[in-house]
Ligand binder design. Structure first.
Ligand code: DGL
Length: 262
């Protein structure tokens, strides 16, 4: 599983719930986060380096736990390794299309994800009649990477209000958190959008899709013991370990290693 930073842990957390016996190798490219404000060429280069690092392990699948990479570099990654790749756009798009009652779906993501129109295309491929309203929220990732995620935090709330107001005005009833970092801000986003708006988490939806696919391909581990998870980052381990331990509610400090992947 890889992401630009801590966001992919929202997928890992769900994978651990759905597939408790699987071993997971996680790479957070914390030295180069955020990806979402970078050019397509740079995102492709980073994504290939991330996948190449993971290919050094005995893995049976790669989960690209980054909407930005999936939106702009996924095609380039396919064929890069001869094992299944899973992306994080399709599953939440499908859930949102099935969930909306008023036909108005909001999508929030990084600048690159929103610019790509990947969600608009994925939703309209399922139901062309649905209206999709998109908004880039570039300050959300730095908030999360700095642990500013509390629903009572004035800075987080005011940034969220600024980004989300127009989606409220468009009266969306379903909002896709189209960046794996955003579920960490869920309480802030929910407070601003109100309880009538259904928030869709790309991590949760993707983990279910991965579990189903691995099971159908007879690729699931048959061991009974709990799977091991190892974490790699490309910047110092301290900040990541503290945030990740809090989010995963488990002490990770001995399990995180700093690596160079360039
Ligand atoms: N978590 C990522 C995503 O889902 C990347 C955020 C970023 O690095 O900008 O898009």
């Amino acid at each position: 599983v890889f992401d630009s930073g801590i966001g992919g842990l929202t997928v890992v957390k769900r994978l651990m719930q759905c597939l408790p016996s699987e071993d997971i190798v996680y790479l957070g490219d914390t030295g180069r986060v955020p990806y979402g404000s970078r050019s397509k060429d740079t995102i492709i280069r980073y994504a290939k380096q991330d996948a190449a690092f993971l290919s050094g392990f005995d893995i049976k699948a790669v989960v690209v736990a980054c909407n930005t990479v999936c939106s702009v570099a996924y095609e380039e990654l396919l064929g890069f390794m001869d094992i299944p790749f899973f992306e994080v756009v399709g599953a939440p798009a499908k859930t949102a299309a099935e969930t909306t009652k008023n036909g108005r779906i909001g999508v929030i993501g990084t600048a690159a994800t929103i610019r790509s129109n990947a969600y608009l295309q994925a939703i309209n491929a399922i139901r062309p009649d649905l209206e999709v309203f998109s908004k880039a929220c570039p300050l959300f990732v730095p908030l999360v990477e700095n642990g500013i995620t509390d629903a009572n935090d004035i800075a987080a709330l005011s940034i969220a209000e600024r980004y989300l107001k127009e989606l409220s005005d468009y009266k969306v009833d379903t909002l896709i958190m189209g960046c794996t970092h955003y579920p960490l801000l869920k309480s802030v986003i929910a407070k601003v959008m109100g309880q009538d708006v259904m928030l869709i988490d790309s991590g949760a939806e993707t983990a279910k899709a991965v579990a189903k696919s691995l099971s159908e391909s007879a690729l699931l581990s048959d061991k009974k013991a709990k799977g091991a998870v190892k974490y790699f980052v490309t910047d110092s381990i301290d900040g990541f370990s503290a945030l990740a331990s809090g989010y995963l509610e488990s002490e990770l400090s001995g399990l995180v290693e700093q690596v160079t992947i360039e």
